[in-house]
Design a protein around this ligand. Structure first.
Ligand code: B3K
Ligand code: ZN
Length: 877
């Protein structure tokens, strides 16, 4: 067990930096085994601070020389701690010259300066810059950077950094250099460099103002056939930010670089975005529709950070959602606007709701629960969470729901007017929204400070004589670590009322059919007048708040909503409620060994929807997907993963058997012949067709298997090929040959090999022994996060029935690999560690094994803060 207890950092302890930085001049002599970094930084005392010590951060770097105002400092004149360098009582103006050494080739953490496939890349957010040089590595210290890169010209022909290239040339000994200047002040976490053997697709692009900019997408040789979509998405993002928000690209040059070893999706470094290859590289034969959508969203996301994150940044890391929640909201709106149609928008919204339920609600109900603006952390990298990102985006969306689109835009304009060039807080954002609209948003602050998912309970009363309908809404929020009781939230609840004819009723004199109620008390009653018949309420339309909504709907009401609700999100939601009730009943029946039965009423509703050609295929696909096993698990007192799996499989099999003819029709009706296009209509058709195939393969016969095999072999795009293969795997048919030929065809495409591992890891028949076997495959490595995720995460998180094997072998496997990853890459290890967050919800026998596995990790040697924080929170009460 680790003996030094890791330090907890508290939001309340924030103090302004003692010194501000004006300019930073960095010189890099890049060598994988020994890189020398010379850093000349001009600092002046911050009048807002009464501390006169200069505090620099530094980690895993060797100090070679240190000079202040031209004079070398002796070891006695500064203090080097484990992660800081302090110069006591420094002068008001100080020019520091710092020389350090680092070893990029040994840096497996992928934070700081590291080597991937022989080339140099950086990742500095949140605290990676201190692994490159000593610096006040905190986001409220913003400075102007000049960067000189020197490296071997043959091995590293491309030298990139933030801003503009101002000089380049050759040096003796086969080396060359490039000098970059970034005119914008930025925090250190936005610094980046790339020194690599790369090629690029580039284009000159004209902004609405008429200014011309250079856009580049850099990739390894051999991948230029996969950059078109990223480039197109970048141009769409630039245009959209101008049109929707009046925000222009402020640089003359904007670069995207793809790298195969990367801890997360991508990084918004000023002018030099560095991306996981997964969110750049795509062509029809290697990437699926989901991959294409991911590229559009992430390219947009990183680009949008240029204003929400870079021009206006965070004062401290507790404010992370200031940039992340807002930027996720912006990328969600971008993706929705790119589709354009109302149902298309709704499909993106449904996807967002699914993510919240699948990942954020569980986080909010577990040991790592934290507010959107956390109060404390041990390791900030553990707080790049679905709460900060996705719930944060919901919080931003609620402003728009409450203030209207125009009001929200006014708030955004005021936010930039006030804070451009500053490092600010979530309160500053809320103040801009409130002030621009003359609204009191004080209570709204609780969305930032209180963790947990609020539960809104609705009850209704209809008075036929008075034609009055009363809706009573009550709210509560379960306790979360450190927060036993909660104050009421300010919750926008969008409501519509359906008549027996399936149409919306007019709810006010303006004839509106959806109204946004503002629930601010623990309980409130809302009155609707002139309601001529008892309505079916459509509550929380468009998922207007990130809450759980409880209302005792009857099956008939749900079927009515599923057939007619004009709000597509609630239409989908009604179907989910119908399915969930059945899944829970079936799971209980499995546990009791009772006979399993699925009512025809439910199947008939599914059938009607499947056959409704008036609906977009994409929407029908969404409506026919059953709640996932983990979402069902969330509804159970004591989770039984195997029973849930069996129940859900029974339901899929039954639907497949009863609706065989209709599914075959849908399959045939949604072919997309001709050239592949990732647009939403075509992708929707493929989605529905492949969902039909997946259902059919749940109850396979020769004809169905032949269909799947044919699709697998004849597919002209990866969406169809991979879907067919997954369906075949889940059908239980012999797929060894198909898997082998897939591998042979794509073994040189790393992202496809990831898919190959991942689909096997989540197969129903894959147990721990099989995963261990797959790990022996020559293509497997723990060092590349994408590869580790494709096998380990897909198994531990995506195959609950096997992972939770009664003998605890899944947990032992988990512990072993959290420990292995901890030594290589703490950030990735900590993500895997989160798998066990909610271990107390399983039956006591499983819990015993889970606790043992958690304790094994907690007791491991050299545990990182990242993993330690996660497992100790899981083990604590
Ligand atoms: N801002 C980065 C995330 C950095 C994560 C550091 N552990 C990507 C993004 O949200 O755009
Ligand atoms: Zn982001």
């Amino acid at each position: 067990m680790r003996t030094d207890s890791p330090q907890t950092i508290y939001r309340k302890d924030y103090t302004p930096p003692s010194y501000l930085v004006e300019t930073v001049e960095l010189g890099f002599d890049l060598d994988p085994a020994r890189t020398i970094v010379a850093n000349r930084v001009t600092m002046r005392h911050n009048p807002d601070s009464d501390n006169h010590d200069i505090v620099l951060h530094g980690e895993d770097i060797e100090l070679v020389a240190l000079r202040m105002n031209g004079v070398a400092l002796n070891p006695g004149e500064y203090i080097v701690g484990t992660s800081t360098l302090t110069i006591k009582a420094a002068p008001l103006n100080a020019v520091l010259e710092i020389e350090t050494l680092c070893v990029p080739q040994d840096n497996t953490t992928l934070s700081g300066l590291y080597v991937s496939n022989g080339s140099f890349y950086t990742q500095c957010e949140a605290e990676g810059f201190r692994r490159i040089t000593y610096f006040p590595d905190r986001p409220d210290v913003m400075a102007v950077y000049t960067v000189m890169l020197r490296a071997d010209k043959e091995k590293f022909p491309v030298l990139l950094s933030n801003g503009n290239l101002v000089e380049e040339g050759d040096l003796p000994d086969g080396r060359h250099y490039a000098k970059w200047e970034d005119p914008f002040r930025k925090p250190s976490y936005l610094f980046a460099l790339v020194a690599a053997r790369l090629v690029c697709q580039e284009e000159r692009y004209t902004l609405q103002s008429g200014r011309e900019v250079l856009l580049q997408v850099w990739v390894e040789d051999g991948n230029l056939d996969k950059t078109d979509y990223a480039m197109q998405s970048l141009k769409n993002s630039i245009r959209w930010d101008e049109e929707r928000w009046g925000l222009e690209l402020d640089l003359d040059r904007f670069m995207i670089v793809a790298v195969g070893d990367f801890n997360m999706g991508a990084m918004e470094n000023k002018g030099l975005n560095i991306f996981n290859t997964k969110f750049v590289l795509a062509n029809p034969s290697t990437a699926t529709d989901v991959d294409y959508a991911g590229i559009e969203a992430v390219v947009g996301h990183e680009y949008f950070h240029n204003w929400t994150g870079n021009r206006v940044t965070c004062r401290d890391w507790f404010q992370l959602s200031l940039k992340e929640g807002l930027t996720v909201f912006r990328d969600q709106e971008f993706s929705a606007d790119m589709i354009g149609t109302a149902t298309g928008r709704a499909v993106t919204r449904i996807d967002q709701v699914r993510t919240l339920r699948q990942a954020q609600f569980p986080e909010d109900a577990g040991p790592m629960a934290h507010p959107v603006r956390p109060d404390s952390f041990v390791e900030i990298n553990n707080f790049y969470t679905v709460t900060v990102y996705e719930k944060g985006a919901e919080v931003v969306r609620m402003y728009q729901t409450l203030l209207g689109r125009d009001g929200f835009r006014k708030g955004m304009d005021l936010y930039f007017e006030r804070h451009d060039g500053q490092a600010v807080t979530c309160d500053d954002f809320r103040a801009a929204m409130a002030d621009a609209n003359g609204r009191d948003l004080d209570q709204f602050e609780r969305w930032y400070s209180q963790a947990g998912t609020p539960i809104v309970t609705a009850s209704t009363k209809y008075d036929a004589e008075q034609q009055v309908y009363e809706l009573t809404l009550a709210q509560r929020c379960p306790p979360t670590p450190g927060q036993q009781t909660k104050q009421p939230f300010h919750i926008p609840v969008a409501v519509g009322l359906l008549g027996a004819d399936g149409f919306d009723m007019a709810l006010n004199l303006e004839g509106e059919t959806t109204v946004v109620l503002e629930l601010k008390e623990a309980q409130q009653t809302f009155r609707f007048e002139g309601i001529k018949e008892a309505p079916t309420p459509s509550l929380l339309r468009d998922f207007s708040a990130p809450v759980v909504l409880e209302y005792p709907y009857t099956d008939d009401e749900l079927v009515h909503l599923f057939r007619h609700d004009s709000d597509p999100v609630n239409r989908w939601e009604a179907g989910q409620r119908l399915a969930m009730a059945r899944l829970l009943r079936l799971t209980a029946a499995v546990q009791q060994g009772a006979e399993l039965e699925l009512d025809y009423g439910f199947i008939a509703a599914q059938r009607a929807l499947l056959l409704d050609d008036g609906l977009d295929a994409a929407f029908r696909e969404q409506a026919l997907i059953l709640p996932s096993e983990s979402v069902v698990a969330d509804q159970m007192e004591v989770v039984d993963p195997r029973a849930i799996h069996e129940a859900r499989q029974f339901m899929r099999r039954t639907i497949a058997t009863v609706l065989r003819a209709e599914l075959l029709t849908a399959y045939a009706a949604n072919e997309t012949p001709g050239e592949y296009s990732p647009d939403a209509i075509s992708a929707g058709k493929r989605g529905l067709k492949n969902l039909a195939l997946a259902y059919l393969c749940a109850a396979p016969d020769d004809h169905v298997l032949e269909l799947a095999h044919r699709q697998f072999e004849e597919a002209t795009n990866m969406t169809d090929r991979a879907s067919a293969l997954v369906s075949l795997i889940h059908s239980g048919a012999d797929v060894d040959g198909a898997l082998q030929s897939f591998y042979q065809q794509f073994e040189r495409e790393a992202l496809v090999v990831d898919k190959w591992f991942s689909m096997q890891a989540s197969a129903q028949t894959t147990d721990v022994a099989r995963v261990r076997e797959l790990m022996q495959h020559p293509a497997f490595t723990l060092k590349t996060p994408n590869r580790a995720r494709s096998l380990l995460f897909s198994f531990c998180n995506g195959n609950p029935a096997q992972f939770h094997a009664p003998d605890g072998s899944g947990y032992e496997f988990w512990a072993e690999h959290v420990i292995k990853l901890n030594a290589l890459n703490p950030q990735v290890a900590a993500r895997l560690a989160r798998t066990m967050d909610r271990w107390r919800r399983y039956d006591p026998a499983l819990q015993t094994h889970m606790r043992a596995a958690l304790e094994k990790v907690a007791g491991a040697q050299k545990l990182s803060n990242d993993v330690l924080e996660v497992v100790s929170k899981a083990l604590s009460n």
